[in-house]
Ligand binder design. Structure first.
Ligand code: PGA
Length: 237
């Protein structure tokens, strides 16, 4: 089943969210899973919709009382089924590191939540030819310490996020294969890999032709529900 995961980041106000929900396509396509990942305060607005619901964060502390945090139990009660962990903006601006990702993934799994673990190289790493080394490190330093079951990888080159630039179809294809192969080698399981970074209505169809790619994690282009509909239709082709 192909996945379209929509990362709203910190965008849209409550009235905008309500409009968005009204305009959401009424498309229930059995071969596609739409995962909506709004900001935390809006999760309850989405909980009755016939789509999967994801969250952009979960507390790294499982059993502590902490102001401002959200627990797996609370997320479960909001019908959330996916937790996004390791997004490059959280690595960069919130200084999140491997131990945070490990704790967050373990917390999610303790509550039967699936995980979308985001990895990706910086422009500097790409230019130095270090992409695979960086990805392997991001994978093993975190996944060696968690249960790999129900983890999806989102491959998002940092330089492609919000920039209008994407790797070539061939580069994405090779990298997806690399990720799947090393995970199979290390953990004896074949997992799903999504691509993210400047995906839009115009380029999704071509990139979707990549064999072995299981779907997309989309930011900016998902903020318009018409684009979501257009992208879903293109994924059906
Ligand atoms: P973008 O963001 O689609 O706006 O590049 C993707 C993401 O950050 O998940």
């Amino acid at each position: 089943m192909k996945i379209l995961a929509c990362n709203f980041k910190n965008k849209l106000t409550l009235p905008e969210i309500n409009n968005y929900i009204k305009e959401l396509p009424d498309l229930n396509i059995p071969s596609l899973e739409l995962i909506l990942i709004p900001s935390l305060p809006y999760l309850s607005e989405f909980m009755e919709l016939p789509y999967s619901l994801g969250t952009q964060d979960i507390s790294s502390f499982m059993d502590k009382t902490i102001t401002g945090e959200i627990t797996g139990e609370q997320l479960k009660s909001l019908n959330v089924s996916y937790v996004m962990v390791g997004h490059s903006e959280r690595r960069l601006y919130k200084n999140e590191i491997n131990i945070d990702f490990i704790n967050k993934i373990n917390h999610a799994k303790e509550n039967d939540l699936k995980v979308i673990y985001c990895i990706g190289e910086s422009l500097e790493a790409k230019e130095n030819g270090d992409t695979y080394m960086v990805l392997e490190k991001q994978i093993s330093e975190v996944l060696n310490n968690v249960n790999i079951k129900d983890i999806i990888i989102a491959y998002e080159p940092v330089w492609a996020i919000g920039s209008g630039k994407t790797p070539t179809k061939e580069e994405i294809s090779e990298t997806v294969e690399f990720i799947k192969d090393i995970i199979e080698e290390k953990y004896d399981t074949r997992i799903k890999v999504l691509y993210g970074g400047s995906i839009n209505v115009d380029n999704i169809e071509v990139i979707n032709k990549i064999k072995n790619l299981d779907g997309f994690l989309v930011g900016g282009a998902c903020l318009d529900s018409n684009n979501v509909k257009a992208m879903l239709l293109k994924l059906m082709l």
